[in-house]
Design a protein. Structure first.
Length: 298
């Protein structure tokens, strides 16, 4: 949800060289809420480090809009389905990705890239790494970038008053992955993004087939997260239906038991990877990233 913390000179990590340039799989990254593709202290910094430390790698940091301001604003206000469609077009027309690519999403960028994997199999996504992504949505908005900004306060009020109204769903990104466990029927009926990619209204076999084509689906949960509510959503878990206190892991959800997305089959095949890291949302060390995440990009 938030921009990557500057406290993490993240990815100086990519100080590894992955071998000959021709053998390096391209990397597509998508930022979180309130960030932008090329912010020099976050995603832009990451991209430069990756390119420096992995000679020859092609890194595409996704931008939605014609400039950084639009990209940031769209992370709050542009219909997620439209954003995903735009990204699918960008990927399909990029000749450097035609052989396949790895994807890494930060916060909400994690579930957005999962939608890309499910909806747009060409070019093929090989591995998906979700860093703090909220795959079962959120039911709370404790913090967001610029805690004192009027945008954050307005979003909280809007979500509380009418997250599932048509106007809010179509124009507020965070409403599109708002998951109210006390109003499951409203969520299934009215969520225009998350309920769709999580197969809440029926089974789209293409979604299932495309997601199962991943080699690895890596989910990173921040063990001291104060931004995502509930944090277990980062591992595809959520609140037990009908209340908002007890959480259950992915394996106890109906989504998994009914295998509506193929996650049960992927889990049994060793394709799902659940990683925990100490720290608040998007806080991690170079050493951890270097030793734990980088191998999935090789």
């Amino acid at each position: 949800m938030a921009a990557l913390r500057t406290a993490v000179p993240v990815l100086a990590l990519l100080g590894l060289c992955l071998g000959p340039a021709a053998a390096v799989t391209p990397l597509v990254i998508w930022h979180g809420m309130g960030d932008s593709c090329c912010n020099p202290v976050s995603m832009g910094y990451i991209q430069k480090l990756v390119e420096k430390k992995i000679p020859g790698i092609y890194v595409l940091s996704l931008k939605i809009g014609s400039n950084l301001i639009q990209d940031m604003e769209n992370s709050f206000f542009m219909n997620v389905n439209d954003q995903v469609s735009e990204v699918c077009s960008q990927l399909a027309t990029d000749p450097r990705l035609k052989g396949g690519y790895n994807a890494m999403g930060f916060s909400q960028g994690g579930q957005f890239l999962r939608a890309v994997a499910q909806r747009c199999p060409s070019p093929p996504m090989l591995n998906l790494i979700s860093v703090g992504g909220q795959h079962q949505g959120v039911y709370g908005f404790p913090r967001c970038p610029g805690e004192s900004s009027h945008i954050c306060d307005w979003i909280r009020k809007t979500l509380d008053l009418g997250a599932y109204s048509k106007a809010v769903q179509e124009h507020l990104v965070q409403a599109e992955y708002w998951h109210d466990p006390l109003k499951e029927e409203d969520y299934r009926k009215s969520s225009i993004f998350l309920a769709d990619i999580n197969q809440e209204r029926g089974i789209n076999e293409t979604y299932k087939k495309n997601l199962m084509a991943l080699k690895k689906f890596v989910m990173v949960k921040f063990l001291n997260d104060t931004m995502v509510d509930p944090p277990i959503s980062e591992w595809f878990g959520f609140y037990k239906s009908g209340q908002a206190k007890e959480t259950i892991p992915l394996q106890e959800t109906s989504l998994y038991k009914e295998d509506r997305l193929g996650l049960q089959e992927m889990d049994k095949a060793g394709k799902l990877v659940f990683l925990g890291v100490k720290g608040d949302h998007l806080h991690f060390s170079e050493e951890w990233f270097d030793s734990t995440i980088l191998p999935f990009l090789q």
